[in-house]
Design a protein around this ligand. Structure first.
Ligand code: ZN
Length: 506
């Protein structure tokens, strides 16, 4: 969508999206581009439901609320410094025991799994509230669209909060539980499906956005030196059905993991080069790539089931796919496995994380430095950054230099380039709603004993304004103001609102 068509869509819904897409993005009552904001249940209650929604609507002009149904895999225990001043006292969430379940489930929905979501205990703050019911009602009165938001929980959250979750986890080559659930495990499939279906059946949702902030086994080994997974009986059975020799996959991953582990421990590069040796292992054991691809297929099967469950319960509810930062912006293997267009048959809108500010420090810590420890050991960080910018089409004269990555965010161009990449790929078969990052804190190394603390990484209003304009110029069907409402400063929410007003006038 360009500026001229911004208004046009509001009145005629004539954007060059398919009819299917328009139905999906715009609920029957909606007549304007989706302007969503991600929010957590505790913010609505801490600030007061009506006061909070007043602030949202009067500043950034959001017309949709994206509320966590379960804040298992979310920002928690942040220091007060990262909270924005919204005119109410800021409470230190590190001292609080806030519930992670914001709705009510029906046990009968979980008949196909032994995993359970217990009712919040008496000592969990807000555990006695059905915030989904309250928020749905409040949004309805205001004409706001109401979306559920869910990130697949990780091992720790599942272990701490979901009884029997150990039965559903991925298993590493070392035989130990890995960092994510196994999507070939019937216990997990039963749990996920029940969670989705019961949520959608129980609440009048305009949309359901889900995501799994994950990397596959090959990315995990190459980029992070993680123990390869999943070698549980369900994955081995799947491989057998697909004609993939699991013994050879184990052998290949063992060899690759040993190579990367040695390098990360400081070993000298092999005489014929690191990258050559990485490729050699993969050529010797093509089962590595096959194993990695099956991981992705299983993830996408979860996506297909999610879509089908939502539509069968509530056909008008749109299904959105949250793609996290590394999966939109630097995990080349994830991006190669599955194109954005491949998601469209079971996705009404794609929400890519395109947080321009925080990308810069994340790029340095999570990508360039990790590559240097492993498969691109021979490249300097400077060379690696130049290659990254060139391959993604970013202007090195505009974007941060290497020494600036911890202090200066990426430009708004990044939002425009990545939005256009997805829009061009999906060709109107699904909508693209980029996540615009506002004041996303820098929590890199937070929690590590000698690491820096989580701290604000503040956005500039003029860059945010430009990011919103570039997103729409690139063909976005809306935006999702992210990451968490409680981090967003009022001046930045107002800057987004002003950009939207400007677009409407153009
Ligand atoms: Zn498995």
């Amino acid at each position: 969508m360009n500026r001229r068509t911004f208004i046009k869509q509001a009145t005629t819904a004539s954007l060059a999206l398919s009819a299917q897409c328009l139905r999906a993005v715009d609920s029957p009552v909606a007549s304007s581009p989706l302007i969503g904001i991600q929010i957590a249940g505790h913010s609505l209650l801490d600030e007061g439901m009506e006061r909070c929604l007043d602030l949202v609507q009067s500043t950034c002009h959001a017309n949709a609320i994206f509320l966590y149904s379960h804040s298992y895999y979310a920002a928690h225990k942040r220091p007060p410094e990262v909270y924005a001043d919204h005119g109410v006292p800021i409470r230190d969430e590190r001292q609080r025991n806030i519930t992670r379940v914001w709705l009510r489930h029906h046990d009968s929905a979980f008949a196909n799994t032994s995993l359970r979501i217990p009712r919040p205990s008496a000592d969990e703050e807000y555990g006695n509230r059905d915030v989904f019911a309250e928020a749905a009602e409040a949004c309805k009165k205001r004409g706001l669209r109401f979306y559920a938001r869910l990130l697949e929980p990780g091992t720790k959250e599942l272990r701490d909060r979901v009884p029997n979750s150990e039965r559903a986890m991925s298993v590493g080559l070392d035989g130990k539980i890995s960092g994510q659930p196994c999507r070939n495990n019937p216990e997990w499939m039963g749990f996920w499906d029940a969670l989705v279906a019961d949520t959608v059946r129980s609440y009048p949702l305009d949309g359901y956005q889900w995501g799994a902030e994950r990397t596959g086994p090959l990315s995990s080994v190459l980029w992070n030196g993680t123990v390869p997974f999943c070698f549980c009986p369900h994955c081995e059975a799947r491989a057998k059905r697909e004609g993939i020799h699991s013994g050879r996959a184990r052998e290949g991953f063992t060899e690759l993991s040993a190579l990367i582990t040695k390098l990360r421990a400081g070993a000298n590069a092999p005489a014929d080069g690191v990258f050559t040796n990485v490729l050699r292992v993969m050529m010797k054991f093509p089962e590595i790539l096959a194993w990695d691809y099956q991981w992705r297929l299983a993830l996408e099967e979860q996506g297909r089931r999610t879509h089908a469950l939502v539509k069968s319960a509530r056909p008008q509810t749109s299904v959105g796919r949250h793609l996290d930062h590394r999966n939109t912006s630097w995990d080349a293997l994830f991006l190669a496995q599955w194109s954005y267009a491949d998601l469209a048959p079971y996705t009404d809108f794609i929400k890519p994380i395109l947080y321009h500010d925080i990308l810069a420090p994340r790029l340095l810590a999570y990508h360039l430095e990790e590559l240097k420890k492993g498969p691109l050991a021979e490249l300097s960080l400077q060379q690696s950054l130049e290659m990254f910018y060139a391959m993604r089409g970013y202007d090195p004269k505009v974007e941060p230099r290497l020494e600036e990555l911890n202090h200066r965010g990426m430009s708004a161009d990044y939002v425009g380039i990545e939005t256009k990449r997805i829009v061009d790929r999906v060709q109107g078969t699904c909508a693209v709603i980029p996540g615009i990052g506002v004041d996303v804190p820098n929590n890199i190394h937070a929690g590590q004993p000698d690491g820096p603390k989580e701290k604000p990484f503040l956005s500039r209003p003029e860059t945010l304004r430009a990011a919103v304009v570039k997103a729409f110029d690139a063909g976005a069907s809306g935006i999702l103001i992210s990451r968490e409402y409680d981090e967003m400063r009022v001046e930045n929410l107002k800057a987004i609102g002003a950009a939207l007003q400007e677009l409407r006038k153009a």
